[in-house]
Design a protein around this ligand. Structure first.
Ligand SMILES: [Ca+2]
Length: 459
């Protein structure tokens, strides 16, 4: 009898203990943000590439929410990365350039998640500061902007046996292996540790591939050995994407073996479109018009997938436009953190949680984009790009204002979202939409200039 009482007491206390644990594993979703570097919309198996083998990602896409109109906030690296971390237009935080660093007063996603008890880990290419070479820009490395654990490079990496990787600001000894697989291994160690400690986690895995310097291990090059029409650089480039695919598969398999896949979100995308458009059709034969560096469909339309088995029960394909700036507002919505005072506003992204849950069929607020002198508005019905007239090549690249061409300008282009090759300019059919989008851009520009003056920061 006494033993029974003790047993009941023990059970009660164990129950009380588990209730008191905050956060309890399984209640808050784990979050894994995966991003490739320069992977174009067409450079993936499920979008019909004739060579690239991505069976793991194709499987994930077929079991998840596939975002067929996922856009990067910019057509180059750093600004898109900044949009993921803050939910804001890169222009607001003076982070629009290719090596731009967001203002130190911006609040990054992992800082917010730490408040909710999340363990935060970063793995891969950071490209938001942290030193040109050696991780010396104090205050701007991932470990200084909210990631408790960070294995990273400041910019690009060698893909085989990389030598310039850092951990929390300290240079690591040269690693052995393929860059994407190394990142998966490091992320898996982090996932296991936090699973053991019953902590929800944010693991941000920003792959270095398929960006230069091109290279991968022989096993991935050999996947393309049978295609005689391909040359060695093709095989390496495609091999890099197959290595990313293997890495994604490793992480997904680990989540399943730990029994935590159901309540783990994986959001996969690329940071901008492919570098290849006209230079080599074999690399990117089904590419949209444009390419990296140019605000255009091909510059910003990227692969997009959200996997979250507990909330996305049936696979779906969505054509609602989504942008990398939506990632932070969506996570805030998931965790009931929308009113958190640390969030720097205005946010430019929106929560797409209703899209994940199946109740959102249209995007109410347009996506507004800019790179150099080119400006864009993306809605459910239209893709609009424009830029001022009469600029020299240098001015087009550097232009600093929110200038627009006059009505009727040949620089105005309006396409249906399905017109990936930007063949059919609809400007003359919808002059009222063009005027409306230009008005939106003017208003947005005025708001951004307020932000650039520092008005969004309290101190
Ligand atoms: Ca990039």
């Amino acid at each position: 009898m006494q033993r029974m009482t003790l047993m009941i007491l023990w059970l009660c206390s164990a129950g009380a203990h588990s209730l008191a644990q905050e956060p309890a594993a399984g209640t808050k979703p784990n979050i894994i943000l995966m991003m490739t570097d320069d992977q174009g919309w067409g450079e993936i198996g499920y979008n019909g590439h004739p060579y690239i083998k991505t069976p793991e990602i194709d499987k994930m896409a077929s079991e998840s929410l596939r975002l067929d109109r996922m856009y990067s906030a910019s057509a180059v690296c750093s600004p898109t990365r900044a949009s993921v971390m803050t939910g804001r237009s890169p222009y607001r935080m003076r982070s629009e350039k290719i090596n731009g660093i967001p203002d130190a007063r911006e609040c990054f996603l992992p800082e917010l998640l730490q408040e909710k008890g999340y363990a935060t880990g970063f793995f891969g290419k950071w490209h938001l500061g942290g030193g040109a070479k050696r991780g010396t820009d104090k205050g701007f490395g991932p470990h200084e902007r909210g990631y408790q654990h960070a294995i990273y490079t400041v910019n690009n990496s060698e893909h085989v046996d990389p030598a310039e990787w850092f951990q929390e600001g300290k240079l690591l000894p040269q690693l052995k292996g393929e860059s994407s697989l190394l990142l998966a291994e490091k992320a898996i160690e982090f996932i296991r540790r936090n699973h053991r400690e019953e902590k929800p986690f944010l693991a941000t895995v920003w792959f270095h591939s398929p960006h230069k310097p091109y290279g991968t291990t022989q096993e991935f090059i050999d996947l393309y050995a049978d295609y005689e029409e391909l040359n060695p650089p093709h095989r390496v480039y495609f091999g890099q994407l197959s290595a990313v695919d293997r890495a994604v598969g490793m992480v997904r398999k680990e989540l399943r073996s730990l029994g935590i896949a159901e309540n783990t979100i994986i959001w996969y995308c690329s940071d901008n479109g492919s570098e290849y458009r006209t230079s080599d059709k074999r690399i990117n034969p089904n590419a949209p018009a444009g390419r990296k560096f140019v605000l255009s469909t091909g510059g910003i339309l990227v692969p997009g997938i959200i996997e979250w088995p507990t909330r996305i029960k049936e696979p779906r394909i969505s054509r609602v436009p989504v942008v990398t700036s939506d990632i932070l507002p969506t996570i805030l919505d998931m965790l009931d953190m929308e009113s958190n005072p640390k969030v720097v506003r205005p946010l430019d992204g929106i929560s797409v949680l209703p899209l994940i849950e199946g109740s959102m069929t249209k995007r109410e607020s347009p996506i507004i984009a800019r790179l150099g002198a080119r400006l864009g508005v993306l809605t459910d019905g239209f893709v609009f790009f424009t830029m001022p007239e009469g600029l020299s090549k240098e001015e087009r690249r550097k232009n600093g204002g929110w200038l627009l061409p006059p009505a009727g300008s040949k620089n105005d282009t309006l396409y249906a979202p399905d017109d990936l090759l930007e063949k059919n300019n609809l400007v003359s059919q919808h002059p009222e939409r063009v005027a409306e989008f230009k008005q939106l851009l003017t208003e947005f520009g005025a708001s951004v200039e307020q932000s650039r003056a520092g008005n969004d920061y309290r101190d």
